[in-house]
Design a protein around this ligand. Structure first.
Ligand code: IVH
Length: 671
């Protein structure tokens, strides 16, 4: 590659390839080549450009992060102001808007487009002769800040668009945001570095985009959804909003794939209901649904009042954050004796649910977030998970707030509390602490353990308080008469309870080992044990060294297993289970199965619906395969569940076989 023409040609070809793969990866989410291959193309281009600086073009993929930091942002005047949206909070508000709009238009029905309202930062991107020339924040709607250099680092924003199809000058609008996973990683990293955490993805996105040093912005995994055209010169725009989005997509912009057309109010409501359910699985945060009149002509007819277009409305989702007072911090004792602090809150409604308690993890975490009793705190609810305290509102402190300290004695039995070195949790030192015994029973019956339906926390409390059930083994000798002593327990319910207890006798060995509640033995390790041993008696008889070999986690878990089975109390539970004919060994069919997965490596990613992750991995091991954590060329199959993340992307990039849970189960012969 000697002649200047050759170099130019190669640079051109590399740019085209990188541009194409960039678009596949960042905009369409469907990469065709591996990261390594992409990096190779990129490195070659960079090297050639370094040797021939005169050939560097402003839209070259190497030119995303340009020069160093600035001291302040310039001001950009918006040619067409960036408006805000009127809000609807209830079905009636939306219905009123729909009615008003049809009245104004003098027609009964009209076409609308529904889009998620992304919780990020509005930006306006101006392209001149095919090149990104200015990127600005919304600012006050009339003037924004020039953040071009930062926006250039957002990989899903095209630095150039095809000149043949694009208007000579135009401005697109969209929302720059941090995907949930990126937000989580960013905060995790900041926590490790001891930096203050971002309260939500919007703050994180805004903070990232307004960095004076573009190199910092470039490190944040920012993304964009483009949702409209500001203005355009030199080419007629499509007559509808929906077609405009398709047009922008064809130019290389990333639009939201959930965008849906609706012809009636009822349809709009249905879309919103579906989105409210599905929202927890989205990779981005959205705080509502934007409904827009589809016809651009009708939009113009409707016009704007008070900086809000009459042709669009934001139908907000119920907020999943709220502020309330932390009245008191209390402590629960868990089944392994851990002291689990939780917050007692002044009840607050978040996302339609009344919240009066939140988890607080451990003392260290409380101090790191500087949460004090009496503080006003920000509460967050994500999907169905237990609400969490984001942090205190320190500006509202009065001085009477109290710093929290773990009690020196167990709040249930009064025994001494210790904090083992290297552990985050405080523990009650009394192995016979009644709180622990009760929690162990609750753990035994829980869904991921023996899954005894109908025996919930309340029933465990009642049976334990009356001394009818002292440990999990006693569950299997319960009689109808025992149950009928309890308040609000009728014949029929008692029979149901006994039936579900009986049904649980046949659970797989992995579940039983997990249900026993051996400290440090989670589902994963329990499944490992179940794959290695044929019955509960084998690990019970094994030594530390043998057990430690099973897992990379090392001697702590192994020591814990040995210590557990040494205790008479625990051995008695096992004997009670045996006497009640609870299955204590691996099922025969599992053993005699020929090995359908021999020689195959599996990586699981995302949520499976029928199997838990440890169960799936144990199944692979049992059937002769190997389950790994990392996707590589050696992976035979990547099994993708719901909400799968980067592993699925990487698998596709590597051209690996990607299957879903049903296909996996079919392979195992258990589908
Ligand atoms: S349309 C005149 N569509 O919401 C219509 N806005 O309150 C202007 N936003 O500043 C915006 N997702 O930052 C529109 N799909 C979407 C949106 C969206 C988020 C934000 C945008 C705007 C604010 C208006």
């Amino acid at each position: 590659m000697e002649s200047p023409a050759d170099v130019r040609e190669r640079i051109d070809s590399l740019r085209k390839q990188i541009l194409y793969h960039n678009h596949q990866y960042y905009v369409l989410d469907s990469p065709e080549i591996s990261d390594e291959e992409y990096d190779r193309l990129f490195a070659e281009l960079r090297a050639l450009e370094q040797q021939h600086p005169d050939l560097i073009a402003p839209d070259s993929p190497t030119q995303r992060v340009g020069a160093g930091p600035v001291s302040a942002f310039g001001v950009v005047e918006h040619r067409v102001p960036l408006l805000s949206l009127a809000n609807a909070f209830a079905p009636d508000d939306l219905a009123a808007w729909w009615r008003r709009t049809s009245t104004l238009l003098g027609q009964l029905e009209f076409d609308a487009v529904c889009e998620p309202k992304i919780d990020g930062l509005a930006v306006a991107l101006t392209y001149v002769n095919g090149l990104l020339s200015v990127g600005a924040t919304r600012g006050d709607g009339y003037h924004g800040e020039d953040i071009t250099r930062n926006l250039r680092t957002v990989k899903s924003i095209p630095l150039s668009v095809p000149r043949e199809s694009a208007p000579t000058r135009f401005e697109v609008r969209g929302e720059v945001y941090l995907p949930r996973e990126g937000f989580r990683r960013l905060n995790e990293h900041r926590m490790q570095e001891g930096l203050p955490l971002f309260a939500n993805p919007r703050n994180a996105a805004a903070g990232s985009v307004r960095q004076l040093d573009p190199a910092v912005t470039a490190e944040r995994p920012l993304d964009i959804f483009v949702y409209g055209l500001g203005w355009a010169e030199g080419k007629a725009r499509p007559p509808t909003h929906y077609e405009t989005l398709a047009w922008l997509r064809d130019m290389g912009f990333k639009t939201n794939p959930l965008t849906t057309r609706a012809g009636t109010l009822e349809e709009t409501q249905r879309i919103r209901d579906r989105w409210v359910d599905e929202r927890p699985t989205w990779s981005f945060e959205a705080d509502g649904m934007v409904v827009k009149v589809n016809s651009v002509h009708l939009q113009e007819e409707l016009g704007t009042v008070a900086r809000e277009p009459r042709w669009a409305i934001a139908y907000k989702f119920a907020a999943l954050q709220g502020t309330t007072r932390l009245k008191e911090i209390r402590v629960n004792v868990g089944r392994t004796g851990s002291l689990n602090p939780y917050a007692v809150l002044e009840p607050v409604r978040i996302g339609g649910v009344l919240i009066s308690q939140a988890t607080l993890h451990n003392e260290e975490d409380i101090h790191r977030k500087d949460i004090r009793e009496g503080d006003m705190v920000i509460i967050q609810r994500a999907g169905d998970v237990i609400p969490e305290i984001v942090g205190p509102v320190t500006s509202l402190r009065t001085g009477s707030e109290q710093v929290f300290h773990m009690p020196a004695n167990c709040p249930v039995c009064g025994a001494e509390v210790t904090k083992p070195a290297g552990e985050a949790m405080h523990r009650c030192t009394n192995a016979a602490c009644p709180a622990q015994a009760l929690e162990r029973i609750k753990h035994f019956v829980s869904r991921n353990a023996m899954d005894i339906e109908g025996v919930g926390e309340k029933l465990c409390d009642a049976l334990f308080a009356r001394g009818i059930v002292k440990d999990a083994g006693d569950l299997y000798s319960l009689t109808k008469a025992d149950l009928l002593q309890l308040e609000r327990m009728g014949e029929k319910s008692a029979e149901n309870v006994l039936a579900s207890i009986a049904a649980s006798k046949d659970r797989p060995l992995g579940r039983l080992l997990f249900a026993l509640g051996i400290p440090h033995v989670g589902q994963e390790y329990a499944e490992l044990l179940a794959g290695r041993y044929r019955s509960v008696d084998e690990p019970a008889a094994a030594g530390i060294d043998e057990l430690a070999e099973l897992s990379s986690v090392g001697p702590t878990i192994a020591g814990s297993v040995v210590a557990f089975f040494r205790l008479d109390r625990n051995r008695q539970i096992v004997e009670k289970l045996r006497a009640a004919h609870v299955t204590l060994s691996r099922k025969e069919t599992q053993e005699s199965a020929n090995q359908p997965l021999a020689g195959l490596t599996f990586v699981f990613t995302g949520r499976l619906s029928r199997l838990s992750r440890p169960e799936a991995e144990a199944m692979v091991a049992r059937l002769g395969g190997r389950a790994g954590q990392d996707v590589s060329r050696n992976t035979s199959y990547v099994v993708v569940g719901e909400d799968a993340g980067s592993k699925a992307t990487k698998a596709r990039a590597l051209g690996l076989k990607v299957i879903d849970e049903a296909e996996f189960l079919q392979m195992t012969g258990e589908g």
